[in-house]
Design a protein around this ligand. Structure first.
Ligand code: DGJ
Length: 757
């Protein structure tokens, strides 16, 4: 609901209020963002900042506005050269003199129902006229020749507000857009921790928390993808309070989040396209649209904040038939076979996969041209007939007749040296032809997908393969970072625009494919999880979370990822032990217990499994199918205590709850521990049992094989479960073994099933 009264704009979602005010000078002063207020319209004098005199040594907006010192004003946007010395959210230069002064004043506003569509192919959040509404505010600077439109869209059911900005050149000279952040959130205080999701390939999105102090913290990437290093989702958590905010960007390219505390203790948050890799030139009467960013608030802690965000992703980011559909359990050939397969080998795996209960079989890298390692063939998307003489459609048929869907791997944006594609279209290679060499990664280069001919070729090729091969699913991979941005595309006048144009092209390509094949699911992937963002989730069904399939490393990756993204979009995997990346041996049941939390896949050579392992996997898959509604579409919490990580997934009605108890290192003579379940409903009575994972414990040494797994069964009231918890059986840690004890070596787990009785 949006109320406008006496120039005060109250944007109210179910539980939050976002309030700003157009002051006497036509400046948008931000007043409040937080828990919903009942009647802020009557409280304007309380909400407005008292600027009774100008601060010494600060710059005032004008002689008439001496107390308006923009650098200390909570505002809806910051511009340059009028006394605001914080990081600007909009920066331009205009005309022959390249003026930078920007003084945007309020002109008008209008309401809308549903969403206002982009005119470009940029992806955006979706909503209906019933659950979504918004407002557009227009600000103008007639001297700098800039019109700025700010779109605020309210997603009431998720407590999310999105914002985006359009900048139009209303002059007769070119306008250079140097910065355009989608969202600015100014807060009056700075007693917050700034939580970001950082890492690297194989250890993506580990949460890092830093207290805000005067100065700037930047969370950014320049790689042309949202990156494994710095995810665009960031969180502010108020000290000693459950109040928290999150912002995120619906975009897959280079982004920057700024958390700046000024000299007077105010917080200034920005999120948007990274301006260090961006510059756009606007001709007269043309406009530039920023991507859409979002913000949300909760006064009930990080768990509730994540719940709202998960709801938003499911309802307003994901679309198409897969939006609310249960994701299948898949088998992927990558860690099972890498490039070493032939038709017979694949069909053997397909048969075994179908017997174990898999629902989707994904043929990963290595099926095309002469691709027998990671150095060749990208771009030549024709089947390797030496490896697969009967063709992809035969593989697909083998899957379909055994009741499985079939998926195929692509890395469409890339080209390898020596390919037919490159010979035919050398000018499609991204890079300045005047240079002898270009930066390289994995011996591959980017195609200039901003060229329509290149884009159309790729879309047509993929569509034909999908059509002819009856492909149900594609894994869309991307394994390097942008470099050498030089395009002959005449539409791109300044290479400062390239990264953004690239993302527009990517969005357009994926949309062209999904709109032709509405039942197709896409798993996006980028060297693991280097493009885990809301842009990719708008056209994809899920994202490959990380190339680290190590159960211990995954705990931290999932903890961070799930702070901002739901389980229904996180690809997880049971792969061989010891893990290829960490050499860590982890038993099969524990690998499953961790991979259970997400969209489950396996990548193991099925022909090398023992009978006991196959039996165990079959049971695991049955278990997953039984509980996947709870896992994929439920509520998630993560808690950590010493060396134990607890993952909890609950059905929204709290009648079924699964708890992972995962121990990293066993402490000798360790303390007793308690299973507390904060998601339990206090009014219910529950039965608590351990998942029957009684298959032998292998991979962890001979002498422990004789130990039995304990039986633990409880009937317990919800309030006891939630507050007192269950004092679990003693862990064996050095002496006095008996069959009631929990034998838990390093890197082992229990999975508790908690059901209302
Ligand atoms: C990187 C991905 O993250 C892997 O899962 C796999 O698909 C390889 N690429 C294949 O080259």
């Amino acid at each position: 609901m949006i109320t406008v009264k006496n120039n005060m704009f109250h944007l109210a979602t179910a539980n939050t209020s976002y309030i700003f005010y157009i002051n006497e000078s036509g400046i948008a002063e931000h007043l409040y963002y937080g828990k919903r207020l009942r009647n802020p319209e009557y409280d304007i004098s309380a909400l407005r900042e008292k600027r009774l005199c100008p601060r010494v040594n600060e710059t005032s907006l004008s002689p008439q506005d001496t107390t308006l010192q923009m650098t200390n004003l909570m505002s809806e946007f910051s511009t340059e050269d009028k006394g605001d010395y914080r990081t600007p959210s909009i920066a331009i230069s205009y005309g022959k003199k390249k003026i930078r002064t920007l003084d945007l004043r309020f002109k008008s506003y209008s309401h809308f129902q549903g969403i206002e569509r982009f005119s470009s192919p940029l992806v955006q959040a979706i909503g209906t006229d019933q659950n979504t509404c918004g407002i557009i505010l227009e600000f103008v600077d007639a001297i700098a020749c800039v019109k700025a439109l700010f779109y605020y869209t309210l997603f009431d059911d998720s407590d999310v507000i999105t914002r985006r900005v359009t900048i139009e050149n209303i002059g007769s000279d070119p306008l250079i857009l140097r910065s355009i952040y989608s969202l600015q959130l100014d807060l009056p205080e700075h007693d917050y921790d700034f939580i970001t999701l950082n890492g690297a390939q194989l250890r993506e999105r580990h949460p890092i928390s830093r207290p805000l102090e005067q100065g700037i913290i930047i969370n950014e990437t320049r790689k042309g993808a949202s990156s494994s290093e710095s995810n665009p989702a960031v969180i502010l958590k108020r000290h000693n309070s459950d109040e928290c905010y999150m912002t995120n960007l619906i975009y897959s390219g280079s982004h920057r989040e700024v958390a700046e505390v000024n000299q007077f203790g105010k917080t200034h948050i920005l999120t948007g396209i990274n301006d260090s890799t961006f510059e756009a030139e606007l001709d007269p009467s043309t406009a530039f649209e920023s991507p859409e960013a979002l913000m949300l608030y909760s006064n009930m802690g990080l768990g509730d904040l994540a719940d709202k965000m998960h709801h938003f992703v499911r309802e307003h980011i994901q679309r198409g038939v897969w939006k609310n559909r249960l994701r299948p359990v898949s088998f992927n050939t990558w860690e099972a076979l890498h490039f070493n397969f032939d038709e017979h080998g694949i069909i053997t795996q397909i048969k075994a996969a179908a017997e174990l209960g898999f629902e989707l079989f994904v043929l990963d890298d290595g099926w095309f041209s002469v691709r027998n390692d990671g150095t060749t063939s990208l771009g030549d998307w024709t089947v390797n007939s030496l490896k697969i003489p009967s063709g992809i459609s035969q593989i697909s048929k083998e899957c379909h007749r055994r009741g499985m869907l079939f998926g195929l791997w692509f890395e469409p944006e890339m080209v390898s040296p020596g390919t037919n594609l490159l010979k035919k279209h050398p000018d499609w290679l991204l890079g300045d032809p005047a240079r002898k060499t270009h930066a390289v990664q994995r011996n591959q280069y980017f195609l200039d997908i901003t060229r329509e001919d290149c884009q159309d070729y790729l879309v047509t090729t993929i569509k034909q393969l999908i059509q002819n091969g009856s492909i149900d699913h594609i894994k869309w991979d991307m394994n390097r970072h942008l470099s050498d941005m030089y395009s002959v595309n005449p539409e791109i006048r300044s290479m400062g625009e390239y990264q953004h144009r690239y993302i527009l092209a990517l969005n357009r390509m994926q949309r062209a494919i999904t709109s032709s094949f509405p039942n197709l699911s896409i798993e996006n992937c980028a060297s693991g999880g280097a493009r885990f963002d809301l842009g990719m989730l708008s056209s994809g069904t899920s994202i490959w979370t990380s190339d680290s399939t190590d159960a211990v490393e995954r705990l931290a990756i999932m903890k961070g990822t799930l702070m901002a993204y739901p389980l229904s979009v996180c690809g997880t995997c049971v792969s061989p032990s010891p893990n290829y990346a960490t050499f860590r041996p982890v038993d099969l049941e524990t690998r499953f217990d961790v991979a259970l939390f997400g969209v489950l896949s396996y990548s193991l050579n099925l022909t090398k499994l023992s009978k006991a392992e196959k039996d165990a996997i079959k049971k695991q898959i049955e278990f997953y199918k039984q509980y996947r509604q709870v896992i994929q579409f439920g509520i998630f919490r993560c808690e950590e205590k010493d060396s134990i990580t607890y993952f909890t997934a609950s059905s929204p009605d709290r009648t079924t709850i699964l708890v992972l108890y995962m121990q990293k290192l066993l402490k000798s003579n360790c303390e007793d521990d308690i299973l507390r379940v904060p998601l339990a409903d206090e009014n219910y009575v529950y039965r608590v049992v351990r998942r029957d994972d009684s298959a032998p414990i292998w991979d962890i040494g001979k002498d422990v094989r004789d130990y039995k797994k304990e039986e633990e069964v409880y009937e317990v009231s919800g309030d006891t479960l939630k507050w007192a918890g269950i004092k679990l059986s003693t862990r064996y840690s050095g002496s006095g073994y008996n069959t009631g004890m929990r034998v838990m070596p390093d890197f082992s787990s229990r999975l508790y099933i908690i059901k209302k009785i």
